[in-house]
Design a protein around this ligand. Sequence first.
Ligand code: 5GP
Length: 129
Amino acid sequence: MSIFTKIIDGEIPCYKVAEDDNFIAFLDINPNAKGHTLVVPKKEVNKLFDLSKEEYLSLMDFSYRVAKALEKAVPCNRVGQSVIGLEVPHVHVHLIPLNAMADIQFHQKVKLSNDEFVGLAKSIADKFE
Ligand code: 5GP
């Protein structure tokens, strides 16, 4: 069972941004930038292109809606999207507010307090449509 399935099942807490029957979005615990969000299918699948085309397109649709909320909630030059999965073998889309190339490179990390995580998650969730 992946760490993200444990989050989906409520065994591990997260700073939730959005959820429906098939997807959940929550803040990355070790963010590249403030507002770095992960969008995760509830069905545990290892690799992005193991998803069916329909599941892939649904994931992109949900990610689009989360990215729109993120753009409104977190001032940035633009929201970047990346799929890697080398650390957690459960499909997830990274949505990252970008101001510089370094923000997408997974080297530079920002430390946030619990209150900052809670505030960010709420401000993104409030904009989610
Ligand atoms: P990837 O698998 O795409 O290389 O990276 C996995 C991402 O998941 C990383 O950015 C890492 O910070 C994040 N991550 C790993 N474990 C947890 C967790 O328990 N909670 C949250 N919110 N994020 C996690």
